[in-house]
Design a protein around this ligand. Structure first.
Ligand code: GLY
Length: 369
């Protein structure tokens, strides 16, 4: 048998296979599980660009049934979950069938949700094809669908059996999606590693985007983000405490993402919204957690260089606050934020009032001038 040369790390007993050969492990796992049915969840993009790569490496999946949803954040709906449950049922899927989620964060969140609910839980595998998926969404067993424009309201903690991370898929990504994934990589760096943040500052987003994704620079950041998430999720799978730090930039970011979907025009990508959310969180960090002004300015310039600027209509603040109040970090009617006291040093559960949040949005808006 061919010797495989990958790095394998384990999260809550979930192996994560990293490296060029990572997909070659799928055949061994499938064979060892003797499943009664195999299903691969795709969207039109991953069906076209990623499924051929997967089938080329994993012969056991050649006869799997492919189930498809439309691409985009709107796909993460209860309606789609129901459609997929019906498809699994019609195809005779049983408790020992396996679902492979081939795609970005929408596919792994929805596919994991479907797997968690179907016959009270079947095993699933994540094969993240986007950067957001590889460094964050596919790892750690959070599964969810949105409720209208409110993100991730209904979901389960249900860990995948394994995750397969291959840089080959990143080469199929349009630049804007690679950029979007960088926001999660930057987040991971800002909450975990001052030295890596200094290295990132020497490599602005525009420079990263012209480097080969399979090269050492990208792979170091990707590997660091996965390893860090591994540590956090292993210690706090159900987000009682420590895992909250992974939400840095997401309270305002999720609200902006939902808001951008409800108005006319192109909705923000997850990473674009999180980048704006991190600038607001950095402002609040300066206000409430002693983040030095110099760090606030460096973080803001780095993110605006990388992600541009999205003007937030001051009249929409009330709507944004309402969306934020659905966030899972509300305690006694107050929004609690993850902030940083310095790059690499997160602080959780910092209550911020509406005036402070409004100021953070004003600070963000001031950056376009
Ligand atoms: N994406 C944040 C988490 O997995 O906890």
């Amino acid at each position: 048998m061919k010797k495989l040369s990958n790095r394998i790390i384990t999260i809550n007993r979930t192996p994560i296979f990293l490296g060029n050969d990572s997909l070659a492990y799928i055949d061994r796992l499938v064979t060892s599980l003797s499943p009664t049915g195999l299903f691969i969840l795709v969207d039109p993009n991953t069906r076209e660009h990623c499924l051929p790569i997967l089938l080329n490496k994993a012969a056991t999946l050649v006869h799997a049934q492919v189930v498809e949803i439309k691409e985009g954040e709107f796909g993460k709906s209860l309606g789609n979950a129901e459609k997929l449950w019906n498809e699994l049922l019609s195809a005779g899927a049983g408790r020992s069938s396996l679902l492979f989620n081939l795609g970005g964060g929408v596919i792994s969140d929805l596919g994991g949700f479907v797997a968690a609910g179907y016959k009270r839980g079947i095993n699933y595998f994540n094969i993240p094809t986007s950067l957001v998926g590889q460094v964050d969404a596919a790892i750690g067993g959070k599964t969810a669908v949105n409720l209208g424009h409110i993100k991730n309201q209904i979901g389960f903690f249900h860990a995948p059996q394994a995750v397969f991370v291959s840089s080959g898929f990143l080469k199929t990504l349009p630049e804007e999606h690679l950029r979007s994934g960088m926001a999660e990589m930057i987040k991971s760096t800002l909450i975990s590693n001052p030295a890596l943040w200094r290295r990132l500052q020497k490599n602005p987003v525009s420079r990263m985007l012209v480097q080969p994704v399979e090269g050492a620079l990208w792979q170091d950041f990707i590997h660091a983000a996965i390893t860090f998430k591994n540590k956090v999720v292993t210690r706090d799978f159900r987000e009682s405490n420590l895992r909250k730090i992974l939400n840095f930039g997401h309270t305002i970011g999720h609200a902006l993402e939902g808001y951008s979907q409800s108005r006319h025009g192109k909705p923000l990508l997850h990473g674009e919204a999180v980048a704006a959310g991190m600038i607001c969180a950095a402002y609040l960090s300066h206000l409430k957690a002693s983040l030095p002004l110099a760090d606030l300015n460096t973080i803001a310039s780095y993110l605006v260089e990388g992600f541009g600027h999205f003007e937030i209509d001051p009249d929409s603040k009330i709507h944004l606050m309402e969306l934020m109040m659905h966030d899972k970090k509300v305690k006694n009617g107050q929004l609690c934020f993850v902030l940083i006291s310095k790059p690499g040093f997160p602080v959780i559960n910092v209550a911020c009032d509406q005036t402070e949040i409004s100021e953070a949005i004003d600070f963000y808006n001031s950056l376009s001038r």
